[in-house]
Design a protein around this ligand. Structure first.
Ligand code: NAP
Length: 321
């Protein structure tokens, strides 16, 4: 089969297309024929060798994907050959024509969703749902600022928040990104590069501040986030790429919280509930990924380059076969 292999950590150029054997299927695993693989920032951090936990060299990247079940291990119940699935995590890597998964990493792909859309679900939608409704617990009528909303997690967060009846503030760094956020139904859209936009958020909230901030770049924003929080408000830190200085009193005077979000640390029961909730949203059409670009597998290098370029506009995926 064709697969991307990383033999040494480094820049996007280390993503090499190779002919490799299909991964071996254990009795407790499922083999999936992947049609499309989702590209996520974490794939780039791992490839560059800077992530906290790294696979051994010679690995195939990719955690998200969608396709059909090719074979089911003898001990696995509840799955059948030919079933449409999306993959949220895999044993062997999704940048390949086939991957093996543990059953817990597989979820039925509703007929309303294409394979392209299925490849966008795993990390982005589960992370957004975990932040909004599990690490925080927002209720209908409350407000959320999706701070950095034009990418995979941000668009998922807008759709999930609107579906739950929340008032949504969203920021994007480009004109095209902000047009996209308007089209996704965000109530207030602002530019996170424009000086003073924090004041506009406060004014748009009637001075009260927002109940939750889903933060994609905490090292740039956390200090200012605290000034936009409501009483009892919370910042859910989804992304951060460095150090940041904060004024703790901003948190104290609001009785506020800062919470870290790490999807890989969510308990299995919570992950199961999240994917059940997502299934109903994809089935009723209230959730629908925005796909920016589809690259052939051999162009994974370009996909990784684009993934780390400012000016996000939804998801980047790879066509694997
Ligand atoms: P993405 O598709 O690359 O999107 C990145 C987002 O960050 C874009 O919306 C971008 O907006 C925004 N951004 C850039 N500069 C910003 C700034 N100064 N202030 C606010 N936002 C800014 O990535 P993603 O998949 O959505 O993931 C977002 C972040 O969450 C990444 O850092 C990723 O590593 C992290 N993440 C964490 C977890 C977890 O479990 N903790 C899970 C998934 C992702 P513009 O391009 O429009 O400027």
């Amino acid at each position: 089969m064709k697969a991307i292999v990383v033999d040494k950590f480094g820049g996007p150029e280390v993503l090499t297309l190779k002919e490799v054997p299909k991964p071996a299927l254990a009795d407790d695993q499922v083999l999936v024929k992947i049609e499309f693989a989702g590209v996520n920032p974490v794939d780039c951090y791992i490839r560059s060798g800077t992530y906290a936990s790294l696979p051994p060299a010679g690995y195939t990247p990719g955690m998200d994907g969608a396709g059909t079940i090719e074979a089911v291990g003898k001990q696995v119940r509840g799955y059948r050959k030919g079933q449409r699935v999306y993959v949220a995590g895999s044993v062997s890597g999704t940048y390949a024509e086939f991957c093996v998964c543990n059953p817990i990493q597989l979820h039925p792909l509703p007929r309303q969703s294409s394979f392209e859309e299925g490849a966008c679900i795993g990390i982005p939608y589960a992370t957004a749902a975990y932040a909004l409704f599990h690490r925080a617990s927002l209720r209908r009528g409350q407000s959320v600022l999706v701070h950095g909303a034009t990418g995979g997690v941000g668009i998922a967060a807008i759709q999930l928040a609107k579906r739950a009846g929340l008032r949504v503030f969203a920021t994007g760094g480009s004109d095209a990104g902000r047009v996209l956020l308007q089209s996704q139904g965000a109530d207030v859209v602002l530019d996170h590069h424009q000086p003073g936009y924090e004041q506009q958020i406060l004014e748009a909230s009637g001075g009260a501040g927002v109940d939750l901030i889903v933060e994609m770049l905490a090292n740039a924003n956390l200090g200012r986030d605290l000034q936009m929080l409501s009483i009892n408000g919370c910042v859910a830190v989804v992304g951060s790429r460095g150090m940041v200085q904060i004024q703790p009193r901003e948190l104290m005077v609001r009785d506020g919280d800062i919470r870290g979000i790490m999807l890989s640390k969510a308990p299995p029961g919570v992950i199961g509930r999240i994917h059940t909730e997502l299934l109903s949203g994809f089935t009723d059409g209230s959730l629908r990924p925005v796909i920016r670009s589809v690259f052939a597998l051999e162009r994974a290098m370009e996909a990784h380059h684009l993934q780390m370029t400012p000016g996000a506009l939804g998801k980047i995926i790879l066509k694997t076969s």
